[in-house]
Design a binder for this molecule. Sequence first.
Ligand code: MG
Length: 297
Amino acid sequence: MSDLPPWLDAKDDRFYPLVLPNAPLETLAEGFAWLEGPVWCADANHLLVNDLPRDRTLRWTEDGGVSLFRQPSHFANGQTRDQQGRLIACSNQRRCLLRTELDGSLTALATQFDGHPLNGPNDVVVAQDGTIWFTDPLYGGGTDYEGGKHEMHLPPTLYRLDPAGTLAVASRDLPGPNGLCLSPGGHTLYISDTGAQFGPDPTRAIHAFDTATLARRPFHAVTPGNADGIRCDEHGRVWSSAADGVHCIDPDGTHLGTILTGVTVANLCFGGRNRARLFLCASQRLLAIYTNVRGAP
Ligand code: MG
């Protein structure tokens, strides 16, 4: 095996074929407050990403770099697209999901549960059948920096919004349900749990839910830092944000290796041609690196 460059750290021999020793870790742009919610739009050939505290959504293209997509973003955090290509964003400020219709108008989804407004959704995924899974921890209303402090009346929850519009509790077992991703095929929903995120001993767990039975099993504990945004590749490995970069975790739970960024990564997504490039929300910087795997479709 050839040596890896200093930004790639193999923990297991299975990491080597997944990365490219001659692919740089690129800084695409910098000077942001805190990046979140990257989503690749293949039809438009651009990345959308939220500069959360600055209440704006940005667009990045290979040729044009970063430009403003919209402001306000309503303090959008995690986001994804549904099967029809509509952007679905978690809004801290509006305390709901905001779906951007194809004509550009906004539709608020999941505005309340049990008569209470949500706390501030954090991350969202859409399954192939149109089911929307999203997390609603206690972070959204905790700071004025990320959309405004507000009273929160609901416990930390993983919700399921079915295609008919019925909102249901999928789990209330986790203290800090945060990032989400679906395995290829959609049978497993991975969820990161950051618990008391800024305390001396934060929860670092990633759990795996069976989407049919909602049975939950521990999958992996990330260190240093904790797992926030997570994404699956085409073979079901989980690429997780961490305090030192991005950790690649085998479906068996083994930490295979790390992309070292030197700063906290909050979120990530696969994108670009063939979904083979990882885009990283690395604190104040937008980074990218080509990998030798493709993101889950
Ligand atoms: Mg998050």
